[in-house]
Write a protein that binds this ligand. Structure first.
Ligand SMILES: O=C(O)C(=O)C[C@]1(C(=O)O)C=C[C@@H](O)C=C1
Length: 282
């Protein structure tokens, strides 16, 4: 299986992707929007995108890409996230990392490095690259990114080994990120214990959300997540992302969705698919 995910090599997404990819069959893009687009356009069989973190919440760019493109979700991967502070030495004036990682270490950084500037970059591995190039920059990323780069660099290209200045710097030990495995829409499955849905009601009246929720509650279907995202059409107009603890193959799910579709007659309901949680990687 050839998988596309957030790069460069060494991101948490890369580690999650390796758990489902064939040996050496991981390619990289610089944003989750590009990853979802690459799968929707048939360039790759699978994409892996982060969707939710236990400290920082939703990865909005992933939710929007899933609402915008015709893809399915075939699996979820939940991974513990343990961040290390990586630098060429203990003196630096900037910490570079993915905004999610910076936010997951907010308390640690405020307490230990109140005067160090924070720089948001496209991924934790991009921050690691910045730290290898520049001794005044530290990175937050997976501890395996310390040491010499795995690229076979001969040392003349300006890339330097990194030290682990501190480990386990995330603000909570339970820090975990949920990744979704995205596939072409034709591979959408009805089997699995969870289902992801995106709902655009195309309407706005008192009790609309209550009606949508009742369609699931009345059939004893538990919601594991609900998020609202701006539809982009006008202020106050929303899409809702639901994750439910039931499969599309179940009669109760089909009945609930028929009701939701009737409520959303002027909008749309996208079934991203049913799936199981298969992998937990460190
Ligand atoms: O930058 C990375 O290493 C990623 O894989 C992205 C990402 C995210 O977007 O949440 C994934 C896991 C961690 O929560 C931090 C960053």
């Amino acid at each position: 299986m050839h998988v596309v995910t957030l790069g460069p090599a060494g991101t948490y997404s890369h580690r999650a992707a390796q758990s489902i990819a064939d040996e050496g069959a991981v390619s990289f893009r610089e944003s989750v929007t590009e990853i979802v687009a690459a799968v929707a356009d048939g360039e790759f069989e699978r994409g892996v995108v982060p969707v939710e973190n236990s400290i920082e919440g939703s990865v909005d760019e992933s939710l929007d890409a899933l609402a915008d493109r015709e893809v399915s979700v075939v699996q979820e991967i939940v991974s513990p996230i343990r961040h290390a502070l990586l630098a060429q030495g203990p003196e630096f004036d900037t910490v570079a990392s993915h905004p999610q990682a910076l936010a997951q270490c907010r308390e640690y950084l405020t307490e230990n490095y109140p005067d160090v500037a924070q720089e948001a970059v496209a991924s934790t591995a991009r921050g690691v690259e910045r730290a290898r190039e520049n001794p005044s920059v530290a990175a937050i990323g997976h501890p395996a990114n310390a040491g010499s780069p795995e690229t076979g660099a001969d040392g003349d290209d300006g890339d330097h080994p990194l030290q682990r200045i501190a480990e386990n710097i995330q603000d909570r030990d339970s820090n975990a990120t949920r990744f979704l495995v995205v596939a072409p829409e034709s591979e959408r499955s009805e089997a699995g214990g969870k289902t992801s849905l995106v709902v655009y009601p195309g309407a706005n009246y008192p009790g609309l959300l209550l009606e949508l929720l009742a369609a699931f509650a009345d059939r004893d279907i538990n919601l594991s997540r609900i998020e609202s995202r701006p539809s982009g059409r006008r202020l106050g107009d929303y899409c809702f992302h639901f994750d439910i603890e039931a499969g599309l193959y179940e009669t109760r799910t089909q009945e609930a969705l028929a009701e939701v579709e009737a409520i959303c007659a002027d909008g749309w309901v996208r079934r991203l698919g049913s799936y199981d949680t298969h992998h937990v990687v460190e």
